[in-house]
Design a protein around this ligand. Structure first.
Ligand SMILES: [Cu+2]
Length: 164
């Protein structure tokens, strides 16, 4: 005997599967997970690892390889003795992490990149020396210095990768 709730769940599951299959076919990449891709990413589309929710690695300049990313510290320092760079500039964190940017924003105005995979928690900052942003959604969040970098990942720039 199948109850109405079970039937609804089955129908939902079937619809979801059909939608995923259709989207995958449209993307021309069945049966790989659905991800936003660019040309560089095709060469490196390996999954992040166990527990990831279908989010595959996305090569975004200047962090074009998985080995570019460092974990551990959640503070990104810049300017001063570091010069015109962020350290680390390619940082991987789990969802729910608060990342701290530390340096002179007046000399290195921080900007979120348009290339982010979703709404970026990074807010344009041009004053002060410490700013914190909470990353609640998995994805890739590039950023750059408006004076020494650019939105394409050139110069003083970086990416924060957020995994579940
Ligand atoms: Cu700068």
């Amino acid at each position: 005997m199948i109850g109405p709730r079970c039937l609804a769940a089955l129908r939902c599951g079937v619809l979801r599967a059909a939608a995923l299959a259709t989207a995958a076919l449209l993307a021309g990449c069945w049966p790989q997970p659905l991800v936003r891709r660019d040309a560089a990413d095709v060469q490196d589309a390996a999954p992040i690892g166990p527990g990831d929710l279908g989010l595959s690695f996305l090569a975004l300049a200047p962090c074009v390889s998985e080995v570019d990313y460092t974990s551990g510290s959640t503070t990104i320092e810049f300017g001063g003795s570091l010069g015109t760079r962020f350290s680390p500039n390619c940082l991987i964190v789990h969802t729910g992490t608060i990342v701290t940017f530390s340096g002179a924003f007046s000399e290195h105005p921080l900007r979120p990149s348009e290339r982010a995979t979703g709404p970026s928690p990074i807010i344009a900052t041009s004053q002060g020396t410490v700013q914190q942003f909470a990353f609640t959604a998995a994805g890739f969040y590039p950023y750059y210095c408006a004076r020494h970098g650019d939105d394409g990942g050139g110069g003083m720039s970086g990416v924060i990768e957020v995994v579940p």
